[in-house]
Design a protein around this ligand. Structure first.
Ligand code: PLP
Length: 440
């Protein structure tokens, strides 16, 4: 029995069966590669589902972990340590927000944001404003697995086994401004969106939709909450994906002085501390008004270790100009996928922002098979929304890695899709017509 077989047998006996794991035992990693027990290297275009932004074995992360773990790992939130204010300053300066609450994971940050919205609406009511407790979320949304988060997550399969979930959530059709207007009222305490949906298939909001959500929320005092757990912290080439949405296209309702459509609240997690669990709720001064000592909290959130690593990650991203690199390599990735789509009609769309990239295929079966074939070729990707190949590589990806992935996809689609065509200019591809997010 191999070591992997032993672990599989033990997990099958001992763990809740929540995951369908691939039968690979990873033991180390370096750069954009992760290495299994046999020393086989895999090109990781998924980075632990958008977490390992600086790849594996990064000296800046290793040094921060070592330094902080030798000094202090945990204090609880009953006492001060050096990291929270220092990290909060970096985050607020880069996002247009004023205040931060630190949590541990994405879903926990999202819970905090939802609670903040309810408390804020309560405060407004106490001040005589007419505002309710309802949440508007979007179809195809994903916000996490805890009760509040799963209640605002669209797919029934995530919610229904656990019903009744948190009441008072209504779903709006994705990017449908009329539906948003029809469902919005003074009953709503917050509009909840991802600027670019991740699990929902790497789909960006239109500028028109986000601008309308901003205007509607501002009209009643409801909060606009943008979930940047997957798209934030540089993944799209900006610190937050909402910063791609230029205010010039938005209604002049005075809601932003920062050049982009500014939400009232945003949430971060995944890559925030380069692989150490850390989540954050960021909000404006106004949105924070209802929160007082004792109303919300966490034992671990914003601990010294996670904060020290997050500070190191942010400083490194800035020092190495990685946001510009993410934009450049992300554009190159999309370009290469579009060229590929001209040769394979099975690719029906290419879209994304920065290094949050997707190629949508014409069948779920082919998408599943492509992920499996990529794995056989030692390249990690995944498939979301049945037909969408999703790429969330580390920010340190280089063109040569993109070329390797494209060559593998070309080979797989040639072999399995039966849709390979003679090379054509990329402009004739189906993907080009809907290609992506470069609308702001
Ligand atoms: C947009 C978004 N929100 C929330 C979450 C939940 O984060 P976590 O898995 O850390 O709880 C995810 C995770 O995939 C996500 O992509």
């Amino acid at each position: 029995m191999t070591k992997l077989d032993q672990i599989r047998a033990a997990e099958a006996r001992l763990l809740l069966s929540t995951y369908e794991r691939n039968p690979i035992l990873f033991v180390s990693g370096e750069g954009v590669h992760i290495v299994d027990e046999n020393g086989t290297k895999y090109l990781d275009l998924l980075s632990g589902i958008g977490v390992n932004a600086l790849g594996y074995g990064h000296p800046v992360i290793e040094e921060a972990i070592l330094r902080q773990s030798l000094a202090l790992i945990h204090t609880s939130n009953l006492f001060y340590h050096e990291g929270q204010a220092e990290l909060a300053l970096r985050l607020t300066e880069r996002t247009g927000m004023d205040r931060v609450f630190f949590a541990n994971t994405g879903t926990e940050a999202w819970e905090g944001a939802m609670k903040l919205a309810r408390a804020h609406a309560g405060l407004l009511r106490s001040e005589g404003k007419q505002i309710g407790t309802k949440f508007l979320a979007l179809e195809q949304s994903f916000h996490g697995r805890t009760f509040g988060s799963v209640s605002t997550t669209y797919k029934a399969k995530y919610r229904e086994p656990f019903g009744p979930v948190v009441p008072g959530v209504e779903f709006v059709r994705f990017n449908d401004v009329d539906d948003l207007r029809a469902k919005f009222s003074s009953e709503v305490c917050a509009i909840l969106v991802e600027a670019i949906q991740g699990e929902g298939g790497v789909r960006p909001l239109t500028l028109e939709f986000l601008a309308e959500a901003r205007a509607l929320a501002s009209s009643t005092g409801a909060l606009l909450i943008v979930d940047e757990i997957q798209a934030g912290m540089g993944r799209t080439g900006k610190w937050c994906a909402y910063q791609h949405y230029a205010i010039s296209g938005a209604p002049a309702d005075g809601s932003s002085s920062v050049g982009w459509i500014q939400p009232d609240v945003t949430t971060l997690a995944k890559p925030l501390a380069g692989g150490i669990p850390l989540g954050a709720v960021l909000c404006t001064e106004e949105a924070s008004r209802a929160i007082h000592a004792g109303m919300h909290g966490t034992t671990f959130g914003g601990g010294p270790l996670a904060c020290a690593v997050a500070i190191a990650v942010i400083d490194h991203i800035e020092k190495e100009n990685l946001l510009a690199h993410v934009t450049e390599i992300g554009d190159y990735f999309q370009e290469q996928l579009r060229t590929l789509s001209a040769r394979h009609s099975a690719i029906v769309d290419v879209r994304g922002m920065g290094l949050m990239v997707a190629a949508e295929l014409d069948s779920a079966e082919l998408a599943k098979l492509t992920v499996a074939e990529m794995l056989k070729r030692r390249i990690l990707i995944n498939c979301t929304s049945d037909t969408v190949l999703r790429f969330l590589p580390p920010y340190i990806l280089e063109r040569a890695h993109v070329d390797t992935a494209i060559a593998a996809l070309d080979e797989i689609l040639t072999e399995h899709s039966g849709t390979a065509a003679a090379p054509q200019p990329a402009t004739q591809s189906a993907a080009q017509s809907t290609g992506g997010m470069n609308h702001v």
